[in-house]
Write a protein that binds this ligand. Sequence first.
Ligand SMILES: [Zn+2]
Length: 468
Amino acid sequence: MEDEDAEEMTHCHLCIHGHFYQPPRADPFTGRIPREPDAAPYANWNERVTAECYAPLAEAGHFGCISFNLGGTLARWLDRSAHVTYERIVAAERGYWQTNGIGNGLAQPVHHTILPLARRRDKICQVRWGVASFAHRFGHRPEGVWLPEMAVDYETLEVLAAEGIRFTILSGEQVRGDLTQGAGPYRVSLPGGGDITIFVRDRDLSNALSFVMPDLAHVDEWLQEQIERRCRRGGLLLIATDGETFGHHHRQGVEVLGHILSAADNHGYRLTTPELYLRRNPPQAEVEVIENTAWSCAHRLDRWAVGCGCTSGDSRWKGALRRALDNLACDLDGVYVREARRLGLDPWPLRDDYIAVVLARMDGPTFLAEHGLSHLGDEETQRLLALLEAQFHRQRMYVSCTFFFDDLDRHEPRYAIANSARALALTRCATGDDLSHGFRRDLRVAVSERTGRTAADIYDEVLEHAKI
Ligand SMILES: [Zn+2]
């Protein structure tokens, strides 16, 4: 056993992690995805990326050989609209778990929220919803959680640890300390006590695959140059990238990944996953995390908070829109808390558990009955369920892509505003509280430089479209 352990430590291991994700696309009022002409010849981008990436990767069996996370909105869509592919992905993870006694899938906060920008109870909600969704789909709890955009602060890590999560993945530039052990794992001490494990992806190596992927004829040369050279020090090499790199961003990606997965013996590495590697190699060193950083923008969290130089033009709309959403969230929470307390309920654990209804594990009345609320009359039941549904849409307002691009007057911010409108409509219907006046006031501050339209104009357009 000792010999085996020694060999394990000196041998070079390679892990490829794919972050598979699509933002929510369905209209929050109709549940339907509008036709997306730029995805032609497919009806929308989900269908197109499935054909180019998810389906061929699943068919090739690659989900059983890599580490991956499957975003909640994408998993839900695949389940309904590309079920064979969905089943193959789930079966691959379950198979890995049965073989190794440990999974190769990571959970993801359901709405891909930039967690350091969220208040603590929303961090908890997003993580709990993500863990519950993972367990629902894959049949076991996850050991790791993928942080949206790898955005990190210590409070987020504390929430992960408190939920029993053992590790997450960060990028080299987000970590301070001695990184001579490559991808780690490393221990991070938490301010409130305790610790969590992090794996550190090799940014240059990840980018060498994501942005300058070799063609199939040159993968062996690429492996010699990029992997064998780094392998000399042993330990773990970690590539973490968008899953769509394989087949969607690069047409040859599915075959290239297949070759990397099958050429391990020829190039002197062993394939592994964070879960498997951690079991045999507990953290030896400790590092610090550089808070409020992310993997896709070098300007801390500015891209999603106030705007940064990564996008062109005037991005002041980002701060203004975020303020409008934050004020609205506060108002929506006020109504929900008032109604929950009136019924003698603790509002936040109830909201955290509501994911069971979202996942259709049970219907609303059954959910309330399981929480000891079967005595509620019809009217109170409907009111509480409507406010919980409003909380779901209030969470979805914060999907990260809302703030990712340059302009306010495009699909992603409109989607956040549409979810706000849905939360407002549900709340007004449930309790008569009309919170729209203050929201429209705040939205007027956010202006598109390109079209001159304000977020309030977009809100009115949403209402017109939804005929509210
Ligand atoms: Zn930036």
